[in-house]
Design a protein around this ligand. Structure first.
Ligand code: RTP
Ligand code: MG
Length: 142
C-alpha cells in the first residue's frame, strides 16, 4: 500500500452544524493524519477555480453559490491509500445513496449541501493541495 495525500473540505453545511471535530475524529480513526488545515470563507473566484473541471456542468452555479455561502474547513490528509480511504469515509455524492455510517449519510442534507469534498485521483489531489497550501503550510510527521 502506498502513502498518499488527499485534499478534504468540510463544506459550509457541516461547518454550520458544528461537526468539524466529529469529522476529524473519523479521519483519525481511519489512520489519516491532518498535515495542513485552514478555515476560509471562499471567494467566488476561489470556488470557481477549485471546481474548474465542472465549469460546463448545469449545476456549476449552484455548486459555487453553495461553496461560498459560509466558511469551509480545508485540510490535507496523509495516510495509506488516503484518496480512496477518504472517499470511503465520505460516501456517495448524493446523501440519499450514501451508505450508512458514512459522513454524507450522517451529516449531509442534499446533493449540494453534502458535507464534504475529497480529491478523486492522485493528480487531482496534487493540484487541489497546491491550490490551497504552500509547502511551508504542510507539516507531515513521517
Ligand atoms: P466533491 O467533488 O465535492 O468531493 O464531490 P464528488 O466528487 O462526490 O462529486 P462531483 O461529481 O465531483 O461533483 C462536485 C459537487 O457538485 C455537486 N453536484 N451536483 N445536481 C447535480 O447533479 C450535482 N452533481 C454534483 C455536489 O455537491 C458534488 O459534491
Ligand atoms: Mg469531485
Amino acid at each position: 500500500m502506498a502513502t498518499q495525500r488527499t485534499l478534504s473540505i468540510i463544506k459550509p453545511d457541516a461547518v454550520a452544524k458544528n461537526v468539524i471535530g466529529e469529522i476529524y475524529t473519523r479521519f483519525e480513526k481511519a489512520g489519516l493524519q491532518v498535515i495542513a488545515s485552514k478555515m476560509v470563507h471562499l471567494s467566488k473566484e476561489q470556488a470557481e477555480g477549485f471546481y474548474a473541471e465542472h465549469s460546463e456542468r448545469g449545476f456549476f452555479g449552484e455548486l459555487v453559490g453553495f461553496m461560498t455561502s459560509g466558511p469551509v474547513m480545508i485540510q490535507a490528509l496523509e495516510g495509506e491509500e488516503a484518496i480512496a480511504k477518504n472517499r470511503d469515509l465520505m460516501g456517495a455524492t448524493n446523501p440519499k445513496e450514501a451508505a450508512a455510517g458514512t459522513i454524507r449519510a450522517d451529516f449531509a442534507t442534499s446533493i449540494d449541501a453534502n458535507a464534504v469534498h475529497g480529491s478523486d485521483a492522485p493528480a487531482a489531489a496534487e493540484r487541489e493541495i497546491a491550490y490551497f497550501f504552500g509547502e511551508n503550510e504542510i507539516c507531515p510527521r513521517g
